[in-house]
Structure formats: structure tokens, C-alpha cells
Design a protein around this ligand. Structure first.
Ligand code: KIV
Ligand code: NA
Length: 265
């Protein structure tokens, strides 16, 4: 098996081979997910919720992200590694954004992810022109949950759907090598994916994207409390974590997860 690369991911998008992604925060899981054939490991700032027990991702620091990216990179061999730029690490200037992105790359990330469209295009251009691949997270963006008025599906009306299409185009023109859509109507995500020259990963965005991501602890059913509609418990019927991860990989690759009517909007 060869290490995952950006051209290989682009090829998978072009040929319709589904891309598998899961969040990962430590070396033990990095090794396990790697062995199970997960294509992309995301050190998500969801670690604020999952590992730190916080109510949002906003308090997560760049140092936290660097630490967990380092841990994941130590356990990994093949997967593509994406690390989230946390809240307040890329907003003030593109120079600051570069410094934050570079810190994540030094810790082992291959690509960084940031949230939002429009104003971020300039930042995406600055970072990607200087050699760090960027993924742009659109649709529902957890770092700005307060401005969005809560955990809501985005792109439901015509105006916001049009804005989403425009933002994805702007992101790609600025150099984004990947897009990620969270909680948008399945039909809209499928339309954006079909028009996109770069892979589009979805979470709560239906089966029509180039690939899928879930929060690891959600799909292993160890997150306390109520889970969002788009989560599936992959531990059900399994006797090991390895088998659950393999089940996720198999279902995403086969296009049997997610099911739009059950997990989509
Ligand atoms: O932080 C995270 O886990 C994420 C995924 C939900 C995409 O950004
Ligand atoms: Na995130």
C-alpha cells in the first residue's frame, strides 16, 4: 500500500471511488484506522467536545491541535492527514493563518482545514500558494454556531443554496484542494460535488459527495447524549472497534452509508 496523496484523492473524486475519512486524535486510533484502510484522518477541533468535554469548539487552542496532530502522525503510515485550524488562529490576517497552518504541518499534518466562505478565499490563496494544501469547511460551520443561530441545516432556501455554490467556486479558484460540507441538503451537496474539480467530503450532506466523514466517537457510539441524525452507530452488531471501522469503510466505499432518507436532509 502506498501513502495517500493529493493526486490520488483527486483521482478518486474524478472516478467516483468513495473517499473515507474519520476524525482521529491519538496514535493508537491512528494506527487502527490506518490498518482498516481509512483514506483520511482528520484531527478535528471536535476534540474540544469529544476529548475536552467543552460545549463548543471555540476554546480549542492551536497548541491543543498541534499536540493531537503530533500524536496522530506518530501512529500513522498511509492515510492523508488533515488538521483543523482552530477558532481565532486564522481570522486576523493571512500571515497569522500561515503561521498557524505551518505549526500544524510541522506537527505532521499534510493539509489544513478552515471554516467559512467568502472572506476566507484570500487566506486560502495565501496558504495554498505557499505550499500547504487547504480544505475549506462550508455549510454548517461549528466555530461560528452562534452567528448561525444554532445547529441548523444550511442551504435550505434558494438564496443560501446559491451562496453556497458561489462560495465553493470561490474556494476552489483560491486554491482549495478539498471541500467539506456539513449539514446541507443531500441534493445540493450532490450538485456541488458534480460541478467540483476537487473532492467534496460530506457529513450530514447525503450520499452524493466524493466521500464521507464522521466523528470517531460518534460512530463508535461512545459519545454521551443524543447523536445528530447523520450519525450511525457502527459498533452495532460488531464485537471489536476494528470491525466497526472496517464496516464504516466498506459501507462508505459501497455507497450504502449514508442513506439520504435516514441520515440526510
Ligand atoms: O472537527 C471535526 O470533527 C470536523 C468534522 C465534523 C468535519 O470538522
Ligand atoms: Na472541525
Amino acid at each position: 500500500r502506498k501513502p495517500m496523496t493529493l493526486p490520488r484523492l483527486a483521482q478518486m473524486h474524478a472516478s467516483g471511488e468513495k473517499i473515507t475519512m474519520l476524525t482521529c486524535y491519538d496514535a493508537a486510533f491512528a494506527s487502527l484506522l490506518d490498518e482498516a484502510g481509512v483514506d483520511i484522518l482528520l484531527i478535528g477541533d471536535s476534540l474540544g467536545n469529544v476529548l475536552q468535554g467543552r460545549g463548543s469548539t471555540a476554546p480549542v487552542s492551536l497548541e491543543d491541535m498541534v499536540y493531537h496532530t503530533f500524536c496522530v502522525s506518530r501512529g500513522h503510515k498511509w492515510a492523508w492527514i488533515v488538521a483543523d485550524l482552530p477558532f481565532d488562529s486564522y481570522h486576523v490576517s493571512k500571515e497569522e493563518a500561515w503561521k498557524s497552518a505551518a505549526a500544524l504541518v510541522k506537527a505532521g499534518a499534510h493539509m489544513v482545514k478552515l471554516e467559512g466562505g467568502g472572506w476566507t478565499a484570500e487566506t486560502v490563496r495565501f496558504i495554498s500558494e505557499r505550499g500547504i494544501p487547504v480544505c475549506v469547511h462550508l455549510g454548517f460551520t461549528p466555530q461560528t454556531v452562534n452567528a448561525l443561530g444554532g445547529f441548523k441545516v444550511q442551504g435550505r432556501d434558494e438564496e443560501s443554496a446559491a451562496r453556497m455554490k458561489r462560495e465553493s467556486q470561490e474556494a476552489v479558484e483560491a486554491g482549495a484542494a478539498m471541500l467539506l460540507y456539513e449539514m446541507v441538503p443531500a441534493a445540493l451537496a450532490a450538485e456541488i460535488t458534480a460541478a467540483s474539480p476537487v473532492p467534496v467530503i460530506g457529513i450530514g450532506a447525503g450520499v452524493g459527495t466524493s466521500g464521507q466523514v464522521l466523528v470517531l466517537h460518534d460512530m463508535l457510539n461512545i459519545t454521551p447524549g443524543r447523536k445528530p441524525r447523520f450519525v450511525k452507530n457502527f459498533m452495532e452488531g460488531q464485537t471489536s472497534v476494528q470491525a466497526a471501522i472496517k464496516g464504516y469503510v466498506d459501507e462508505v466505499k459501497a455507497g450504502t452509508f449514508p442513506v439520504n432518507e435516514i441520515h440526510g436532509f
